[in-house]
Design a protein around this ligand. Structure first.
Ligand code: K2U
Ligand code: ZN
Length: 167
C-alpha cells in the first residue's frame, strides 16, 4: 500500500492542466493502484492525478458503499451532458469547505481503463457529479471555481482561517 501526498489549496500546482496518457504499462497500473489506496485512506470517493502532483489525465473513483467497485478513467472525455443537478461538494484538496455546485445530471463519458482498453459509460447522480468533479481537476479547476465571486471569497477566507488555526 503506497499513500501519495494530496496537494491542498492555495497550492498553485492544482491549477496545472494534465497531459494525455500515451503509454499504458505496469508503471501506470501501479500508479492507479497507489491512487486508489490514497483515495480509500483519505477517505474519498474520487481522486485525480493532479491532486497528487502527477499531471496526467487519470482519475480513480469508487462510490460503492462496500468500497469494492473501483473505476480508473484515463484520458476521460465527456461526450454528452443532459439536465442539471445541484449537489453539496467537498474536496480532498480543499479541506473543511463544502458548497453547492451546479452540474449536468446525466453524462456520457468515453475513456480508457488502466490497461488501455477503450470504454464508454453513462452516469447520473453522484457518479456523474464525481466524474465531472475529477475531470475538472485534470483541467486545473476546483469546485470553488464554480461559485459566485462572493461565495468563493468567503470559502477561501474560511480556508485561510482554518490554516491559521492549525498552524
Ligand atoms: O476530488 C476530490 O477531492 C474527491 C472528492 C470527490 C467528490 C467531491 C464532491 C462530490 C462527490 C465526490 C472527495 O471524495 S470529497 C469527500 C467526499 C466523500 C464522500 C462523499 C462525497 C465527498
Ligand atoms: Zn476535488
Amino acid at each position: 500500500m503506497t499513500l501519495l501526498t494530496i496537494l491542498t489549496l492555495p497550492d498553485k500546482r492544482l491549477k496545472t492542466i494534465a497531459k494525455p496518457v500515451t503509454v499504458f504499462d505496469q508503471k501506470l497500473q501501479e500508479f492507479a493502484n497507489n491512487m486508489l489506496d490514497t483515495m480509500y485512506e483519505a477517505p474519498g470517493i474520487g481522486l485525480a492525478a493532479t491532486q497528487v502532483d502527477k499531471h496526467i489525465q487519470l482519475v480513480v473513483i469508487d462510490i460503492s458503499e462496500e468500497k469494492n467497485q473501483p473505476l480508473c478513467l484515463v484520458n476521460p472525455k465527456i461526450i454528452q451532458k443532459e439536465g442539471v443537478q445541484i449537489h453539496e461538494e467537498g474536496c480532498l484538496s480543499v479541506p473543511g469547505i463544502y458548497a453547492k455546485v451546479k452540474r449536468a445530471s446525466t453524462i456520457e463519458v468515453k475513456y480508457f481503463n488502466e490497461k488501455g482498453e477503450k470504454k464508454k459509460m453513462q452516469a447520473d447522480e453522484l457518479l456523474a457529479v464525481c466524474i465531472q468533479h475529477e475531470i475538472d481537476h485534470l483541467n486545473g479547476v476546483v469546485f470553488l471555481d464554480h461559485l459566485s465571486p462572493l461565495k468563493r471569497k468567503m470559502a477561501i477566507k474560511k480556508l485561510e482561517k482554518e490554516a491559521e488555526i492549525s498552524d
